[in-house]
Design a protein around this ligand. Structure first.
Ligand SMILES: NC(=O)c1ccc[n+]([C@@H]2O[C@H](COP(=O)([O-])OP(=O)(O)OC[C@H]3O[C@@H](n4cnc5c(N)ncnc54)[C@H](OP(=O)(O)O)[C@@H]3O)[C@@H](O)[C@H]2O)c1
Length: 233
């Protein structure tokens, strides 16, 4: 069982803007940020239910397909689920329609109690207040031999990175500048020292960067678990 995370980020490291409004719930630049991913054949079929075969099939699609492979449980933040945008709507069921693309137990981290949601396609959303370690223990028990994905958003992924709990992090860096928002890398100086880092470019202009702990172990270059280095590096 591995703990994986995949995020789309801008060149300046932001995984989301904070300019969402009721009429624009993802913010002005969201679709530019995730353009290469949402253009893939995998996204179109797995998320939009488009079985026409439309969509890109190159490097971006290989990463998109890998994203969906072998996940037995998901952990996400209240922000990704949309609770912060719809705090007073008891019927809010997320962004993904009646049959969300997770198809596994999903643990939503929030300090606000919320009843469990059961949806089509084996999607069960549990709302929990827990440390990253506690949340991972719950998710791992559900995932069995499959992987646990830390789905996002950046606040939660950073929390798990800081706790040293993520084995593989893939970031798809879109060639655009957001200038503001929530940045993935803040307070993670020296993170790369714990991982083998590989990079691949796609025709879309996206740079795929993968931080892999297993690969670092195999190469004999694994280092001490990540800890804040502050100004001492
Ligand atoms: N770029 C990408 O690939 C990507 C992927 C996924 C999502 N996103 C975007 O990211 C945005 C959301 O990200 P975000 O960073 O604002 O929020 P987030 O990471 O989704 O959620 C953060 C929230 O989760 C709750 N939380 C976090 N740790 C907790 C813990 N240990 N125990 C209990 N609750 C905990 C808190 O909410 P409470 O106040 O409820 O306690 C916290 O404010 C959305 O706009 C989404 O579209 C981007």
């Amino acid at each position: 069982m591995r703990v994986r995370a995949d995020l789309n980020i801008s060149l300046d490291g932001f995984a989301t803007t904070t300019d969402q409004e009721p009429g624009e719930p993802f913010g002005k630049d969201w679709f530019r940020l995730v353009d290469a991913y949402t253009a893939t054949r995998t996204f179109r079929s797995r998320v939009l239910g488009d079985t026409s075969g439309a969509g890109t099939t190159d490097v971006d699609d290989e990463y998109a397909a890998a994203y969906f492979e072998g996940i037995g449980a998901e952990i996400m933040g209240a922000g990704m689920f949309g609770l912060h945008h719809y705090p007073d709507d008891p019927d809010w069921r997320g962004w993904w329609g009646d049959n969300p693309p997770f198809h596994c137990p999903v643990f939503v981290l929030t300090h606000t109690p919320h009843p469990t949601l059961e949806m089509e396609g084996d999607n069960v959303f549990h709302f929990i207040s827990a440390t990253p370690e506690e949340a991972l223990a719950l998710a791992a028990a559900e995932a069995g031999d499959l992987d646990v994905r830390i789905g996002g958003g950046p606040t939660v992924v950073r929390e798990f990175l800081r706790a040293g709990l993520i084995d593989q992090l893939h970031v798809a860096i879109a060639p655009l500048i957001l200038g503001d928002g929530i940045r993935l890398w803040d307070d993670l100086r020296g993170l790369e020292l714990n991982y083998k880092v590989t990079t691949q470019s796609a025709a879309s202009g996206t740079t795929h960067v993968t931080f892999s702990r297993a690969a670092a172990d195999e190469a004999g270059s694994a280092r001490e678990p990540w800890r804040p280095v502050g100004n001492t590096l």
